[in-house]
Write a protein that binds this ligand. Structure first.
Ligand SMILES: *Cc1c(COP(=O)(O)O)cnc(C)c1O
Length: 236
């Protein structure tokens, strides 16, 4: 077998073990934390191999890239999420193609999702993306706007809010990183205990290749891992 295929298999096994250990360490069981393979820039051959190695959840960043690759992917038993910034004018193309959109960060985007979901006679599952570090360069809604945006989107009949997603700032150390993850967890629990209609806070999506263990220890139940599975990304 090609070396890269062997590496992918071993990486998945290694990461799954570390996820399991962190889940147990945080007082949960192995099945409580979902392991997403982030497949942006990755060739379908390698994505299919990851699926053969047990991956059952993939995340893509770009609508066009996902649509151009999907026919080559063996997705029968795989859940697909959109995790990258989504422009309103692309909602129409993606809404029936993915199982969940993790990157909803504005009322205007949610309105377009609501409109297209109604047209397709469906309910769209989404996560709300929060810019937990208040970084200018980052996508995600400001923390200060969260409750306002949240309550407006929670009213939309064809949208089901399933949880929260974040990409924390690059941190100097784990203590600093934990501060952001803890903040997200507290927000997650706060909404969860409110028990609102159209809202089920099931998913807290945080943790990537460099910090997924720390994220799980802070309560994440879905980690999004790209380069630690597939190696460094090559942007064409
Ligand atoms: C690329 C990406 C990831 C994965 O990043 P790695 O560091 O390669 O694991 C996770 N989440 C989002 C939103 C991404 O864009």
């Amino acid at each position: 077998m090609e070396q890269k295929l062997i590496d992918i298999q071993e990486n998945i096994k290694f990461i799954r073990n570390r996820i399991n250990e962190a889940a147990v360490k945080s007082g949960r069981s192995e099945s409580d934390v979902r392991f997403m393979a982030v497949t942006k820039t990755v060739d379908p051959v390698y994505i299919n191999h990851a699926i053969e190695c047990g991956i059952d959840l993939i995340g893509e960043n770009k609508v066009q890239e996902f649509l151009s690759k999907k026919d080559e992917l063996r997705l029968e038993k795989v859940e697909k999420h959109l995790i990258g910034h989504l422009q309103s004018n692309k909602v129409r193309k993606i809404i029936t193609e993915v199982d969940l959109i993790q990157s909803v960060d504005s009322v205007s985007l949610a309105k377009e999702i609501e409109r297209q979901a109604e047209k397709n006679n469906m309910t769209a599952d989404i996560l709300l993306e929060i810019n937990v570090g208040d970084e200018e360069s980052k996508t995600g809604m400001d923390k200060s706007q969260f409750y306002e945006i949240f309550s407006e989107i929670a009213e939309m009949k064809h949208i089901a809010i399933k949880g929260l997603m974040t990409i924390p700032p690059i941190c100097e150390n784990n203590a600093e990183l934990r501060k952001f993850f803890d903040e997200m967890y507290n927000l997650f629990i706060d909404i969860k205990t409110k028990k609102l209609d159209n809202v089920s806070m099931d998913i807290l999506s945080m943790g990537m290749s460099g910090d997924y263990e720390e994220a799980i220890l802070c309560g994440s139940n879905l980690v999004r891992v790209g380069s630690a599975i597939f190696g460094p990304r090559i942007y064409k």
